[in-house]
Ligand binder design. Sequence first.
Ligand code: DC
Length: 236
Amino acid sequence: MPRPSTIAIDGPAASGKSTIGGVLARRLGYLYLDTGAMYRAVTWMALERRVDIGDEEGVTALAREIEIAITKPTVDDGRQYTVLADGKDVTWEIRRPEVDAHVSPVSAYPGVRQVLSEQQRRIGQQGAVVMIGRDIGTVVMPDADLKIYLDASAEERARRRYLELLERGEHADYEEILRAMRRRDRIDSNRAVAPLRAADDAIRVDTDNLSVDEVLKVVEGIVEDASVGVEKGITL
Ligand code: DC
């Protein structure tokens, strides 16, 4: 039975995209691409090289210049993939709060989006891919075989991020995380280019009261249904 070859998963921060996308890709034997990691890598490099985050031209030039590679995990430390920025392993650095705090303005720059979207589109064209982000179903792969939009309330997403940080033994303040989450949602949803939004033909899954396993079951059910749909030539 033919399965959807290109799967787009979009949704706000901490909606469960990366956990679900990673497991789904592994089960299907597909490539997993977390496009947020690419925006984070550009942001990390800008901070590292002391490029002013408010300097649109400088940050865009940096996005053009640096080479970002996302590969299978190179270290067995719980990572889903390895992120290299100009050859340096930045997999964990790009998860730091400084990057969280600056990634939204960086990802709002049209030039940065153009550079990264093109790289993502090229990867998508090879097929057998689960790609996660904010604009995959709307801009990067508008013709994806299957589009899923994962959602959850800001409170629930802040709670997940908070527990994740505690689990990694890092400092975490729930109220602060919730404030940052709301701020990021606001910028991501209101930016002029490719704002966070579900594609009209995306299937929405509200994950508020679901465990990871439950969300996974729902999503795998959607993939199954889409497989039947593809066979019959039905577009979901
Ligand atoms: O999913 P994440 O938290 O790692 O994403 C980091 C930031 O990158 C987020 O604030 C929005 C942005 N992003 C985007 O604009 N487009 C994407 N396709 C993926 C992420």
